[in-house]
Ligand binder design. Structure first.
Ligand code: F6P
Length: 358
């Protein structure tokens, strides 16, 4: 009998349930009655607290299209994993104990960068772990795409499409802030797909005045409106020179978490344009996964089940040149995949006249 633990950790995103389903269906095809799937509640919190249940085949039915996660999730920061806090719980020992007590053969962890760091830590501690790369940010090293990303691109593109009408009717500048944590993948893809005029990414620090110039030239053109897509992690050139802590401290003093409102105010004042800010926020992570993500989730899930059968652990599944492969957790954990400012996609954007404000 194989006993496979599964958990979803970090921020939720579309495709988690489709991935869980892909894993489960493949495990049942391969092992039939000889497999038990144990679902942990709320990510690593469930593993630490031994909060889990034996799942039934019917639990995996009808979830291909559903958003969020049927297992629940929580953020249990990696940096605190090896720290004993007020509750006096040694988290790593507790997770190892649960794994032993539940007689698991392996543990599947669906999550982003933080989840992968903890997965690697558990692997180094002797547990059999397989990761699956989830996040709308698309920032996991070693995979071309993460599941959840394309759905978020579709939603963010729709937001940009929709603000076009108000921008056109009122001759306004619409500044749209897009999630993505410290990287600009989501903003770059949605900005290109939605026809933004200016795209601001953390990887390409911008100058306020260059942005205003780009807006001005757009407003003087044959269609006087402008769409600015700003990644939530975007920063200007002055901030980019600072230590992150210093930058965050200054932002806190200003009462801001992102640069978006300051930029919008600057565009409105310096350029004297009617400017509005739109922040779709968690809407970008909501609802049903796109067809692309259902496919990718299913492929990732089925491949992870194959790795369970092969007893290949200490790895995470990945998409490389349209093939699903396994990368070592140790080669992925702690690294972030960023947009390369010299990449072909950034060049494409520049070639069609999109400004990066630099
Ligand atoms: O990592 C996914 C993400 O949506 C980021 O884009 C964003 O910065 C963060 O999570 C928001 O986190 P929370 O849901 O905890 O507010």
């Amino acid at each position: 009998m194989k006993r496979v633990g599964i958990l979803t950790a970090g921020g939720d995103c579309p495709g988690l349930n489709a991935t869980i389903r892909g894993v489960a269906k493949s495990l049942y095809v391969e092992f039939g009655e000889d497999v038990e799937i144990i679902g942990f509640s709320d990510g690593y919190r469930g593993l630490i607290g031994n909060d889990c249940h034996l799942m039934k085949q019917s639990d995996f039915s009808g979830i291909l299209t559903s958003g969020g996660t049927i297992l629940g999730t929580a953020r249990t920061p990696y940096k605190k994993m090896q720290v004993i806090e007020d509750d006096m719980v040694d988290k790593v020992s507790a997770m190892k104990r649960t794994y032993r007590e539940r007689k698991l053969d392996c543990l599947l962890t669906l999550g982003g960068n933080g989840t992968h760091k903890t997965a690697n830590l558990l692997s180094e501690n002797g547990l059999n772990v397989i990761g699956l790369p989830k996040t709308i940010d698309n920032d996991i090293y070693g995979t071309d795409f993460t599941f959840g990303f394309h759905t978020a691109v579709d939603i963010a593109t729709d937001v940009i499409d929709r603000v076009h009408t108000t921008a056109t009717s009122h001759k306004r500048v619409m500044v749209v802030e897009i999630m993505g944590n410290k990287v600009g993948w989501l903003t770059l893809y949605a900005g290109l797909a939605g026809g933004a005029d200016i795209i601001l990414l953390p990887e390409i620090p911008f100058e306020f005045d260059r942005v205003v110039e780009a807006v001005e030239s757009r407003m003087k053109g044959y269609k006087p409106f402008a769409i600015v897509a700003v990644a939530e992690g975007a920063m200007d050139a002055a901030e980019a020179k600072m230590k992150r802590k210093e930058m965050l401290r200054l932002r806190e003093e200003r009462g801001e978490t992102t640069i978006t409102n300051r930029l919008a105010a600057y565009i409105a004042e310096k350029g004297d344009f009617d400017t509005r800010t739109v922040v779709p926020g968690h809407i970008l992570r909501g609802g049903s996964p796109s067809a692309y993500d259902r496919m990718l989730s299913t492929r990732f899930g089925a491949y992870a089940a194959k790795l369970v059968g092969r007893e290949e652990f200490g790895v995470t599944v990945a998409l490389k040149n349209d093939r699903i492969v396994a990368n070592k957790l140790s080669s992925v954990a702690g690294k972030t995949k960023k947009v390369d400012p010299d990449s072909q996609i950034v060049d494409t954007a520049r070639r069609i006249g999109i400004s990066f404000g630099d």
